[in-house]
Design a protein around this ligand. Structure first.
Ligand SMILES: C[S@@+](CC[C@H](N)C(=O)[O-])C[C@H]1O[C@@H](n2cnc3c(N)ncnc32)[C@H](O)[C@@H]1O
Length: 248
């Protein structure tokens, strides 16, 4: 059934417009990796994509955990393929993520680190015991299953590289970055308001090593990525319609 056009939907549409209208071309994961590393051979890039999909243990373990509480398999977003390939190519020592929820993105990042035999993932999440407006309220299930922590779909065998911190990223992100010093990749997927997104990007940028990455889901929710990329003088990539990537 069609939703009626409310005032809120019109405002939301107007807010998204500058980012939507100026969006860069949509790229598949392999195309984005080729743009970042032009010297990489298409055969090697294709091999990495294949290695993501042939990770039977990852898909089976996470799907089994998801089935146990969600009664469905995990939602494997198309941009997870890019995340896996990015981690395999860049080989980060320290990767910081905000927004964990069930832990599907954490599991993919950790699997790529395991396949690199290198890296640590610091993840920050404010547990969604109730739906959080601007973060989980549009999702299939807006809150965590009862009695579990964020990241509950991360298989036990991948947890030795996982450093999960619970609380508001407004407080925990600056503190974590101060403690970590320099990081290789920052990934935003927590609260998708303009203020919060640009706050996180700006917070992470000075801590990124040269050549490091800010990546973000939902970059067309508002113009935060558009404004941030102008601010730092870097172009951003648009992967699979709405997943952004900026290199320092
Ligand atoms: C879209 S979900 C993350 C999905 C996850 N990255 C994945 O792809 O599997 C958003 C998450 O951000 C969390 N969140 C919302 N506001 C937050 C905040 N201020 N600080 C930290 N986490 C927040 C929510 O509780 C939720 O777990």
């Amino acid at each position: 059934m069609k939703r009626p056009i409310s005032f809120g939907r019109v405002v939301n549409f107007a807010r998204r417009m500058p980012a939507v209208l100026t969006q860069p071309e949509r790229l598949y994961a392999q195309e984005a990796i080729k743009k970042i590393w032009p010297e990489a051979s298409p055969k090697d890039i294709e091999q990495l994509r294949y290695e993501y999909y042939k990770n039977d243990d990852l898909f089976l373990d996470v799907d089994r955990l998801s089935l146990s509480k969600r009664r469905r398999r995990a939602q494997w977003e198309p941009w997870l393929e890019f995340q896996y390939m990015l981690v395999r190519m860049h080989k980060p020592e320290i990767y910081v993520e905000t927004g964990v929820f069930d832990g599907i993105s954490s599991a993919v990042i950790l699997q790529a680190m395991e396949d690199n035999n290198k890296g640590r993932l610091v993840s920050i999440d404010l547990p969604a015991t109730e739906p959080i407006k601007g973060a989980t309220d549009h999702m299939l299930e807006g809150s965590l299953p009862p009695g579990v922590n964020p990241g509950w779909c991360v298989p036990q065998r991948l947890r030795n590289r996982y450093d999960l911190r619970l609380g508001d990223a407004r407080e925990l992100l600056p503190a974590a970055l101060k403690e970590l010093g320099k990081i290789d990749i920052f990934f935003h997927d927590s609260l998708h308001t303009y203020d919060h997104m640009i706050f996180e990007y700006r917070c992470a940028w000075p801590h990124l090593k040269d050549g490091g990455f800010v990546v973000s889901d939902d970059i067309f929710a508002n113009p935060a990525m558009l404004h941030f990329s102008k601010e730092v003088g870097r172009k951003y990539l648009n992967i699979r319609n709405g997943f952004g990537c900026v290199r320092k």
